[in-house]
Design a protein around this ligand. Structure first.
Ligand SMILES: [Zn+2]
Length: 388
């Protein structure tokens, strides 16, 4: 098995090369916009046909290298497929392929073909990126310019995921309810610090939204950037810890299968704040980080049906007998059957680990549980699962 991931590396760009990169970025954006116009006008969304229509004129008009134009065509088509509403392309990103880009491990540099020709850039990277790039011969990358004027290259690499043996141990992870993450091995990350950063941002936004001055916009951008960077750092931290916990004891990680969580029936109507959290990119990023770090480390990840995980008691596997009622009350879970009382998120994480242990078929990573538990008699099903 292998998985493609993108390794983000900062480029060290000498002052005099900045204009050259910018010129190529501008050329690439111009090319994309011209190609997009033609594609719309001719209603042509086929790579080969579009190539015949635009290649010569676009190359002459922009002065780009041949492979830049080919990549621009791919970019336009790919973009049109990904998002229905195609916007204008801005000069902030350049697609590179095997002809226009090469990674050299010996001195940690990349060769990038610009309009002026091939240029070698040093990478400013740490141990994490170096480990991911070790022994790789990547064939595709994207050069990016940030709003701050820094240059990055996202290098696509295939990571072999080690074959994972069957393991009976499972760490259940409950994500994004009260707390950011709660694991059945006792780890948990409170949502409080990030929430206070976020709430502050919301407050400031509410305050300055009416007056759209330059300085208020700048303040908002800075706060948003700070919030985002903190969240990314936290997500890296959480996922790294969970994966190394699991690896240390040879366990798998179990997460809820959240495809369609927003329509899910087992969750009571959420508060506005809670909805905002679950729908946020940060929540999905954390899941993605856990999945890919686990794949690299050879830790199996299993997905379990999310129905009832938060409603069922992990000790006796009962849930409230009356429809619409729950043993869970906010942060507290109080089982009316066996009398267990404790942290609701911890309870959910243990239920997830129990379910994970029964569907743990690590030969096929990312396997969803075939048991559509929603329609089954839940307590009965869970009881049977935990015995089996
Ligand atoms: Zn109980």
């Amino acid at each position: 098995m292998s998985q493609t991931i993108s390794v983000r590396c900062k480029l060290i760009v000498p002052q005099e090369m900045r204009a050259e990169i910018d010129r190529t970025l501008q050329g690439f954006a111009d090319a994309c916009n011209q190609i997009l116009d033609t594609a719309k006008r001719e209603k042509c969304w086929n790579t080969t046909k579009l190539h015949h229509l635009v290649y010569k004129t676009v190359r002459a008009a922009t002065g780009l290298k041949a492979n830049h134009v080919c990549q621009a065509i791919r970019r336009v088509i790919g973009n049109a497929k990904a998002v229905k509403q195609v916007h204008k392309f801005r000069p902030t990103s350049l697609s590179l392929d095997v002809r226009t880009f090469r990674y050299r491990e010996s001195d940690q540099t990349v060769g990038v073909t610009l309009m002026c020709g091939r240029v070698q850039f040093k990478l400013k990277i740490g141990g994490y990126q170096i480990a991911l790039l070790r022994g790789q011969k990547p064939t595709s990358a994207t050069l990016l310019k940030t709003r701050q004027g820094d240059y990055y290259i996202n290098i696509a690499v295939d990571i072999d995921t080690p074959p994972t043996g069957k393991t009976p141990k499972v760490i259940g992870v409950d994500l994004g309810r009260r707390d950011i993450a709660t694991a059945s091995n006792g780890r948990s990350w409170s949502g409080k610090p990030i929430q206070s950063v976020r709430d502050r941002y919301s407050r400031v936004r509410a305050k300055v939204q009416s007056k759209r001055t330059r300085s208020s916009r700048r303040l908002l951008r800075r706060l948003a950037g700070r919030e985002r960077r903190y969240q990314v750092w936290l997500n890296h931290n959480i996922s790294k810890t969970l994966v190394s916990d699991a690896k240390a004891i040879g366990a798998a990680l179990a997460l809820e299968d959240l495809t369609g969580i927003r329509e899910s029936l087992n969750h009571k109507p959420r508060t506005k704040a809670e909805r905002r959290r679950t729908n946020s990119w940060a929540f999905y990023q954390l899941r993605a980080f856990i999945t890919y770090k686990a794949a690299i480390a050879g830790v199996p990840v299993v997905f379990v049906p999310p129905a009832y995980t938060s409603q069922t008691c992990h000790r006796c596997l009962h849930s409230h007998p009356e429809q619409g009622k729950s043993y869970r009350n906010g942060k507290l879970f109080k089982c009316g059957h066996c009398g267990w009382e404790g942290d609701a998120d911890h309870n959910a994480s243990v239920v997830i680990s129990l379910l994970g242990a029964t569907v743990n078929t690590p030969e096929i990573p990312k396997l969803s549980c075939p048991l559509a538990a929603r329609d089954l008699d839940k307590a009965h099903a869970l009881a049977k699962l935990s015995v089996g």
